[in-house]
Write a protein that binds this ligand. Structure first.
Ligand code: C2E
Ligand code: MG
Ligand code: MG
Length: 690
């Protein structure tokens, strides 16, 4: 910037100096013409006042009378003595000298003939210039005495009583005129130079202020390009650079930990206390983290409520866990936000350099997996371990291919109907994704979803499924009687803007939110329960139904479950499939149905493969069934053609479906058909045969 300013200063000086020179040249030129005009005026005055009155109006070619010559000598002598004029000659109209103060004689020259024709001729020259011209010798410009002083040489037509009688040739001294002009010119030159200097200084001042502003702006830009504007911490690109630098320096003795810190209840805080308070909290936590790391370590905000840490000089994973646990405690210390003391928990995952890799992208991905595991397991700080991801070469290839597959529309949705047991008709369809792989054929979700779930690709996939299911719904169900169920992975649910994303897709595809069911597994809910609850409440309020998929397979706390706005519980198909053969599983199925109803939710049994299972489930009061009995998952076109047949399966069996009585237990029915049995085991529901 300083160099730029110096260059500008020098460059702006050039036109200013040039302007000064041009102005001075114009001034000088004006001064010369002024000097010439003054000399001419003076000569004119002498002609009219001193010479003309001494002459008669006779043509001078006739010569001067003695009286005229005497009178002329006197007045001209006086004018020369007064230095009004240095030399004076009177010529007749043919240009011949008839009188000269110095007695010179001579014939006409160009100027005198011009003046004889009535035009005044004047020029700035030297007194003896004409003599020099007529007798050229070795020129010597500095030979002032030979050229004589500077004069205004004037040839003026001389008129007496309006008769032109001859020509007056006069040499008016230029020195007094020049002296008077020089004084004025000096003032103008000084004023001009001062003005130009001030102008230049003003330009410099303006440029200094502009360069100053530019400098500030460019350093601000540089700062914003590398820092988070809210907390002042490094941003993601800067964090990647620092992580890369730390990775380059790390070795077996002094390792580096690349850690990701995600706040657990931040969304809830943001939603309940407002964004301003949320921002205050982030600023406070950022300050604490920055103050708690070493000078060689780095803290960055990676977006939302996620922070990144680079810890250097780490001996081993134990030490990293120790240091990160301390940092986690620093974050967890209560913060006063809007007068409320808040304690924010954080989940921290990290990868160690060089043990877990040296490539920043891979390290960040592994730290992310570890952080995600920490969230799932609620255990604070977790180190990346081989096996947290299922990355082998073929999985990596698959994930890379899947990205392109989504863009290339290689994914397809198959739909499986959900049938209402009592009404005997299909009420909803579940969208199940498949990958029409160009070489490997139709791939089931289990072969690519687990890998996708370990990367952000799953979010793109979820969006694709939701958008496709919503846009295929009108074709599948023109009467608008069916709802569509979409499976949501844990990673999508954790995102702060998930609810907004879903509602935006529904608005875009013009699908009523009440026709959409989101299926979430218990594991997904447990990854970040507070955030999940907030997201689901927002979706529920907009009309979207929430279903807990594979219920019974996870470990949801019933208290937490009761706090969620759940519309449906889906009994895990493992229980349903074995229900007829295994009394314990039948008991679980029955209990889950009652639990669901107790929570005000409807209950769906998945994995219903036989009429027996359907009849049994209806006896338990199960609301909806899904399974191969009704239909395998098929394309939307196939399902549309098959919907009537599916309803027929339901209706055909409706005669065998009976309304359950309270306390009836299926397991006993299987073991003791047609008998009323009181189940002896405590806590087990009592079964009554119809
Ligand atoms: P899910 O949501 O529990 O889906 C039910 C799975 O059970 C489906 O397997 C379905 O084909 C299968 N199934 C349905 N009826 C029966 C039956 O009568 N007997 C048996 N043995 N199985 C039955 P699928 O399509 O292979 O999907 C597996 C899982 O993949 C799904 O389980 C779901 O968790 C996941 N998934 C499928 N599509 C998506 C998706 O679009 N996004 C996400 N995040 N996950 C998906
Ligand atoms: Mg499902
Ligand atoms: Mg399921």
């Amino acid at each position: 910037m300083r160099r730029l300013f110096a260059v500008y200063a020098a460059a702006s000086l050039v036109p200013v100096v040039l302007l000064g020179l041009v102005l001075m040249w114009v001034l000088n030129d004006r001064a010369s013409s002024d000097g010439l005009a003054q000399g001419r005026d003076k000569a004119d005055l002498i002609a009219r006042v001193s010479v003309a009155p001494q002459l008669s109006d006779a043509d001078l070619r006739a010569g001067l009378t003695d009286a005229e010559r005497t009178a002329l000598k006197r007045t001209v002598g006086q004018a020369i003595a007064d230095q009004q004029v240095l030399r004076l000659r009177l010529r007749d109209l043919a240009g011949t000298i008839v009188y000269a103060d110095d007695g010179t004689t001579g014939g006409a020259d160009d100027e005198s003939l011009e003046a004889a024709r009535g035009r005044t001729v004047s020029k700035l020259t030297y007194l003896n210039a004409d003599d020099e011209d007529s007798a050229p010798s070795a020129p010597d410009a500095s030979d002032e005495p030979s050229r004589g002083p500077r004069v205004v040489e004037v040839y003026e037509p001389l008129a007496v009583d309006a008769h032109r009688v001859g020509v007056l040739e006069m040499y008016v001294p230029y020195a007094p005129i020049a002296a008077a002009q020089a004084a004025g010119q000096r003032v103008v030159a000084i004023t001009l130079s001062a003005g130009l200097l001030v102008l230049w200084l003003c330009l410099l001042l303006v440029s200094a202020s502009v360069t100053g502003r530019l400098r500030r702006q460019s350093s601000l830009n540089a700062y914003l390009a590398t820092h988070d504007s809210l907390t002042g911490l490094a941003n993601r690109p800067q964090f990647s650079q620092r992580a890369a630098a730390a990775a380059a320096l790390a070795g077996p003795e002094a390792k580096a930990a690349i850690a990701l810190v995600d706040l657990d209840r931040f969304k809830e805080i943001n939603d309940t206390l407002g964004h301003t308070n949320g921002d205050q909290l982030l600023i406070e936590l950022a300050g604490r983290l920055r103050a708690s790391v070493g000078p060689q370590d780095s803290v960055a905000r990676l977006g939302g409520d996620e922070f990144g840490l680079v810890l250097t000089g780490v001996r081993d994973a134990e030490e990293a866990i120790e240091r990160l646990t301390r940092l986690r405690a620093v974050v967890a210390a209560p913060v006063s936000v809007d007068g409320l003391p808040l304690a924010v928990e954080a989940s921290v995952g990290f990868a160690l350099v060089p043990d877990d890799g040296v490539e920043v992208d891979q390290l960040l991905q592994r730290a992310d997996l570890a952080m995600y595991a920490a969230k799932r397991q609620h255990c604070g700080v977790i180190a990346y371990e081989l096996g947290q991801d299922t990355y082998d070469a073929s999985t990596l290839t698959l994930v890379a291919e899947l990205g392109a597959a989504i863009a290339d529309d290689q994914l397809v949705l198959h739909y499986q109907p959900k049938g209402d047991v009592r009404r005997g008709r299909v009420t909803a369809v579940e969208a199940l994704v498949r990958w029409q792989h160009p070489t490997r054929g139709l791939l089931p979700p289990d072969s690519f979803l687990p890998a996708a779930e370990q990367t952000e690709l799953i979010e793109e996939l979820t969006r694709w499924v939701l958008r496709t299911a919503a846009s295929e719904l009108p074709m599948l169900d023109p009467e608008q009687r069916l709802a569509v169920a979409v499976n949501i992975s844990a990673r999508s649910l954790i995102r702060d803007d998930f609810a907004d994303d879903v509602l935006a897709v529904l608005a875009e595809t013009d699908v009523d939110p009440t026709r959409v069911i989101l299926e979430l597994t218990e594991t997904a809910l447990l990854a970040d329960p507070a955030r999940a609850a907030a997201t689901l409440t927002r979706l529920h309020d907009a009309g979207v139904r929430v279903s807990i998929d594979d219920f019974g397979a996870g470990q949801t706390s019933l208290g937490y479950l009761a706090s969620l706005p759940i519309s449906e519980l889906k009994i895990d198909k493992a229980f349903v499939l074995s229900m007829l053969a295994d009394a314990r599983n039948a008991a679980i199925v029955h209990s889950v149905i009652e639990l669901g109803h107790g929570l005000g939710a409807s209950v769906t049994a998945e994995g219903v493969e036989s009429v027996e299972a359907l009849v049994e489930l209806s006896r338990y009061g199960c609301d909806t069934v899904q399974g191969y009995l009704l239909s395998r998952p098929v394309t939307s076109l196939e399902l549309r053609a098959r919907l009537g047949a599916v309803s027929a399966v339901l209706l055909d069996n409706s005669g065998r479906i009976t309304t359950p009585r309270p306390g009836r237990h299926a397991a006993d029915r299987v073991r003791n058909p047609g008998r009323i049995v009181r189940h002896p085991a405590p806590g087990m529901p009592t079964s009554v045969e119809s």
